[in-house]
Design a protein around this ligand. Structure first.
Ligand code: COI
Length: 331
């Protein structure tokens, strides 16, 4: 059996080598190139394909794989929002993702960055770097004094709830699918409006499906408390960037944690030192003392990368063997 992997980064190689050593019977080939209609030809003769990229998996790309006799795609990440699922279905593709490589990686990042916004770390670090060691004006706020509204109580939302409860924060939660543990704790409110009205901090953990796109916009922000803080480590298009910037300008929002950006494909995970971003709003956000921007690195831990590689290869092999793993995407 042969599995071909696309877009393999250097930091994934130790995990890949570990998987190969544990599966000597499987032939593995890989490239750093992303999957395109052109590079699809490199998978000729393989039984399965493992991929990660933010660029779209278009009908043409899927067709190019199908032309090589490949009808399965094993993603090394969780999000499936960049796959043309209609085309995938028509072409008979089996798809897997890695649904839980490490919810803790993402939830911890959200909690750490939220604590940093509350303690004004960006301003304080800048002052200390200039050897200004005065206390004022960077007085902080405590996590336990906040009511945190968690939108989406899947794996990541639930780990974040646990972490923040450890700090003593009050949690309110909203999800269209109620989780029994969260329900038992009585954390659910009945509507997003209620969550917006009660929360000092709002953290989103929902997928980028069409109902959720721009859910954080001027109408929803108007329903939030004055000075609310937004945390988005999920998907950039959940926020209307212009509306969020306007709310930061007016003070309606007092802080923002942003690990994802609407137009991040082709911008994040690139070196822009000495160059201008194609989108000036990003430079504006990065410059703000109360905004913490990270380039989609909430997931980026050694544990998460290992799980992404190992679970995606396991899923690819299972597809070839006609079996499935818990990572099969039902679509
Ligand atoms: C995902 O798993 O879908 C993510 O958002 C992380 C990705 C950048 C590897």
């Amino acid at each position: 059996m042969k599995i071909f992997a696309y877009g393999i980064r250097d930091d994934e190689k130790p995990a890949l080598q570990g998987w190969e050593t544990a599966h000597p019977e499987i032939e593995v080939a890989y490239t750093q190139e992303l999957l395109t209609t052109e590079s699809a030809k490199e998978a000729a003769g393989s039984d399965g394909v493992v991929v990660y990229q933010q660029l779209p998996y278009t009908r043409e790309i899927l067709q190019a794989l199908a032309d090589e006799g490949i009808h399965q795609l094993s993603l090394r990440n969780v999000g499936i929002d960049n796959i043309d699922l209609k085309a995938a279905k028509e072409l008979g593709f089996k798809i897997s993702n890695v649904a839980a490589y490490s919810p803790n990686a993402i939830a911890e990042h959200a909690a750490i960055q939220l604590a940093r916004v509350l303690r004004r770390s960006k301003e304080l670090d800048a002052k200390v770097a200039k050897h200004d060691l005065r206390w004022a004006p960077t007085i902080g706020r405590e996590v336990r004094m906040q009511t945190v509204g968690i939108i989406g109580t899947g794996r990541i939302g639930r780990v974040l709830i646990q972490i923040l409860q450890g700090f003593g924060a009050k949690i309110v939660a909203y999800d269209i699918f109620k989780n029994p543990d969260i329900d038992k704790q009585g954390l659910y409110v009945d509507s997003l409006d209620e969550l917006y009205a009660q929360s000092d901090v709002i953290s989103v953990h929902v997928p980028s499906v069409k109902e959720n796109i721009h859910m954080l916009n001027k109408e929803s922000i108007a329903k939030m408390k004055d000075g609310a803080i937004l945390v988005n480590v999920a998907r950039g298009d959940l926020m209307d960037t212009d509306d969020v910037i306007a709310a930061l300008d007016s003070g309606k929002l007092s802080g923002l944690v942003m690990d994802v950006y609407e137009n991040e494909v082709g911008i994040f995970n690139e070196d822009w030192e000495g160059k201008k971003f194609p989108d000036a709003r990003l430079a504006d956000l990065i410059a703000r003392p109360n905004v913490l921007v990270t380039p989609h690195t909430a997931f980026y831990t050694t544990k998460a990368v290992l799980e992404m590689v190992h679970q995606s290869f396991d899923a690819a092999v299972a597809f070839v063997n006609g079996t499935e793993t818990r990572n099969t995407v039902k679509y």
